[in-house]
Write a protein that binds this ligand. Structure first.
Ligand code: PEP
Length: 255
């Protein structure tokens, strides 16, 4: 079974609308060409409208970095699933920065995932262990729990649309990328078997599992060559035109 390679850029809290427009304008000519890779840009909410206008009519996808699970109401500062769906087809959920700084839990991830499927958003779900958990040999236990609890409300018949990103917390934004063999072992040896157990082998085979954590243009190909790794969730390097395009090109080589 061959899965289409997937590369998403998580811009985090970076770029004004004008800066966002400029970066996308610079990347567009080449980014639109590499159609063998599913390409997704996840700017901050404030730039989503502007970038939506630029990518509409292309195959480049647009994603939000978070959302609330409720449909509407008194939730100051939050954005509802159908509001995200007006402009986006993807949403990143359970990113470690949301878990660390904003109290995101497996339970809230589960509710957000159910809400995302309800409005037709493709969720990019982040899982991964902290350095402390890694050093204590708890990677398998932590990632398994995040998957079993976080994905507990996913409709089984739609689970094939899921995108999972394995992002060891200690590798995010640190320049200390996980060793390729370790990332491949966690994805192939822990994440895929849990997905198969939860949703069945045929569905698991359709689910893209990405690696994320200090991926750059210079190291992306090493990860993407691994059969278990279907692409990357890219933070810092997605803010740099040359780096991001090199990463998408590396993914295209595996298509
Ligand atoms: C991320 O934010 O999901 C990420 C992987 O960040 P970075 O590429 O900067 O490590």
């Amino acid at each position: 079974m061959s899965r289409k390679p997937f590369v998403a850029g998580n811009w985090k809290m970076n770029k004004t609308v004008e800066e966002a427009r400029q970066l996308v304008a610079e990347m567009m000519p080449e980014l639109t060409e590499i159609s063998t890779v599913e390409r997704v840009l996840c700017p901050p909410f404030t730039s989503i409208l502007a970038i939506s206008a630029m990518v509409t009519g292309t195959e480049i996808g647009l994603g939000a970095q978070n959302m609330h699970w409720e449909e509407k109401g008194a939730f100051t500062g939050e954005v509802a699933p159908n509001m995200v769906r007006e402009f986006c087809n993807y949403v990143i959920l359970g990113h470690s920065e949301r878990r660390l700084y904003f109290g995101e839990t497996d339970e809230s991830v589960a509710k957000k995932l159910a809400a995302a499927f309800k409005v037709g958003l493709v969720p990019i779900v982040c899982v991964g262990e902290t350095l402390e958990e890694n050093e204590a040999g708890r990677t398998e236990e932590v990632v398994t729990r995040q998957l079993r609890e976080g994905l507990s409300l996913v409709p089984k018949e739609e689970a094939d649309k899921l995108v999972i990103a394995y992002e060891p917390v200690w590798a995010i934004g640190t320049g200390r990328a996980a060793n390729v063999e370790d990332a491949s072992r966690v994805i192939g040896g822990v994440i895929r078997p849990v997905l198969a157990d939860m949703f069945g082998a045929a569905t698991e085979e359709s689910i893209r599992v990405l690696y994320g954590g200090s991926v750059k243009g210079s190291n992306a190909a090493e990860y993407f060559r691994e059969p278990a790794i279907d692409g990357g969730l890219i933070g810092g390097a997605s803010l740099k035109k040359d780096d991001f395009l090199a990463i998408v090109r590396a993914a295209a080589e595996t298509a």
